[in-house]
Design a protein around this ligand. Sequence first.
Ligand code: HEM
Length: 275
Amino acid sequence: MLLRPEPLRHAPYADGPPEFAIGLKPIAPEAWLEGGEPDPAARKDPLFAAARPLVWGEAEGSRPGQQEVLELISAVTPVEPRPDLPPLYAAARAVADDLCLMEKRGEAWTLTAVSLSAGSFFTAAEALGRRLDQLHAPVPGFEDRFGPRVQRMFDNLPEPAILERRNWTVVNSGALHAPDIAAIRAEIPAIAPHEAADRLHLRIERQTLRRLPRTGGVLFTIRIWTHPLAALRDSPDHLAAFARAWRAAPEAFRAYKQLALYDALVEAFLRAEGE
Ligand code: HEM
């Protein structure tokens, strides 16, 4: 089934010039998961069957935490009972979001189970078993500026709190499952400037964080919303905010996300729209 997200539900580019930041804000419990995909299992099951190492992984000893994730998800949406499947995957089939179980192994918060059907340029096999600092090794400044704070946040997150953060990038694909960014970017030279509106996509990530009260783990959810740049035409405010954020993005951010690859196409789109 084709996923049709609502137009421009989130506009993180409107928060100002993009930067690397923790940016976590508390949200109300009823705002936890956003729904809007009628049958996530129809999208996730074929990947689970055919590309398992890209989209699924579990470490030994993670089943109690996975079971708790299943209970949390079951409390907010109906979950088809599937005792034949690992509990975290049974839960993930019921929601549009990807689910990451973080547990403390020794001193370090570690990814112990993951259902990653809409991975943004990484795979479950690469991420499973990695600590927070290892997961973020490519992120400029993460280790020095954020690492200890994020670790403390995972340590101290109070049970009822749910936190949210968002980020955005531009990519020449609207596919949710995007494990291989090199293959996607190889197509850029074939895109004509007048095609930019339809072939370049805003890829917006909404993440949430909450404590698992019984096992003490943390559930990290990732929801991807993609929109062709053309969706910005619906709103002059969004278009202007995106243009400002694109042009003000600091060099480290541009380099990390390789935005220079898209400069000519994005500028062609913005100019055609009067920006
Ligand atoms: C409070 C929690 C976290 C914070 C503040 C955080 C922060 C960040 C930031 C700043 C980036 C760079 C892109 C962006 O702006 O988002 C990033 C990338 C990433 N994060 Fe996190 N993160 C958190 C939790 C996690 C968790 C639990 C995972 C486990 C799967 C994870 C996996 C990744 C990966 C794989 C990347 C891409 C790294 C790459 O470029 O290869 N993050 N994160």
